[in-house]
Design a protein around this ligand. Sequence first.
Ligand SMILES: *Cc1c(COP(=O)(O)O)cnc(C)c1O
Length: 410
Amino acid sequence: MTARPVHAPMTQFPVRDGELMLAGIPLTQLTEQLGQTPFYAYDRGVIDRRVAELRSALPPAIKLHYAIKANPMPALVSHLARQLDGLDVASGGELEVALASGSNPQEISFAGPGKREAELEAAVRAGVLLNVESFREVEHLSGISQRLGLAARVAVRVNPDFELKSSGMKMGGGPKPFGVDAEDVPRLLRRIGELGLAFEGFHLFAGSQNLRAEAIVEAQQLSFDLALRLAASAPAPVRCLNLGGGFGVPYFPGELPLDLAPIGENLAVLASRAAGELPQASLVIELGRYLVAEAGIYVCRVLDRKISRGQVFLVCDGGLHHHLAASGNFGQLIRKNYPVIIGNKATPAETEIASVVGPLCTPLDILADRMTLAIAEPGDLVVVFQSGAYGRSASPAGFLGHPAAAEILL
Ligand SMILES: *Cc1c(COP(=O)(O)O)cnc(C)c1O
């Protein structure tokens, strides 16, 4: 018999006297200081360790960007901006956060399939790099550039002719609203040249949440080769080649952390090829969740303990309205449990099987379905790990009108 899969161990936060510790503060003390539940807490130390791991595994020639949509909290974005080489934004709102973070606008790029005219103009004014995703955008940018007397900096986001294997969310390959199909890119490049926009390179993003290093390696190789072929039709030398990201983190039982070593080795090969074949190009990797997911927890309080026909339900003051992903309703086909513990009983003598549910009148509002947990009572604190990315900002906070979750960077 094979063992039942369990969650990868969550070792990023120490436990002292049975309590989870964040930045040296016991969870109950932190909750008291905040004066409210539910909340998200992000630990700078965990983020910094992750950046250091990446820097040591990837070759120095690779530029590291943060994709803000994973977690747009301004303090967190500023913290990352100080350590990384650039930021990627996907809306005018994220562009404002990025510009306010102190990041060099030259190192900010703007992607997204439906950019409004006002967003395009703000980006050109700020001097950020636009990852163009359609012929229409290029025509708009030409008008804006003429009006402002400022040539828009553009890279072409390519919808590749391959897919990222075993990816949680596919963002490229086949028919997609993202980017321009690889076969149409030469025509778009000609138009960019005719209009006199400042062409700088290519952006390829095949998919997200991948835990298999060999699939990421393959996608990066294929992306590099495709960019090299397309560069032959480009109106100017490639100065920036953004190979996307897709690095995953373990959320569910049976998943293991990504092995960075083969990815680093492959990127070293690509960097040395780039030095010969695209001599002016810097290689960029853009990561969202990999940088921040593990550094964050979501915390809510048990309001009630109910037993229904023998099954234990811990009813909490937080749920899917704050953390849609942990409820299983953000891109999952089959609901699986995030790693969850009772944070003030982190080394329990006794456990039980219990379900953690939220206060919403819908059966979708589940944070843990029949998990082994410490025996919890009203007042105890439920902790959902791996919550630093696609948490608060990716949840329907207005649904049912409960208070918003607080947010703190430690
Ligand atoms: C969402 C997104 C990312 C970040 O994806 P993660 O899975 O969070 O790493 C990077 N680039 C683009 C273009 C995106 O849309």
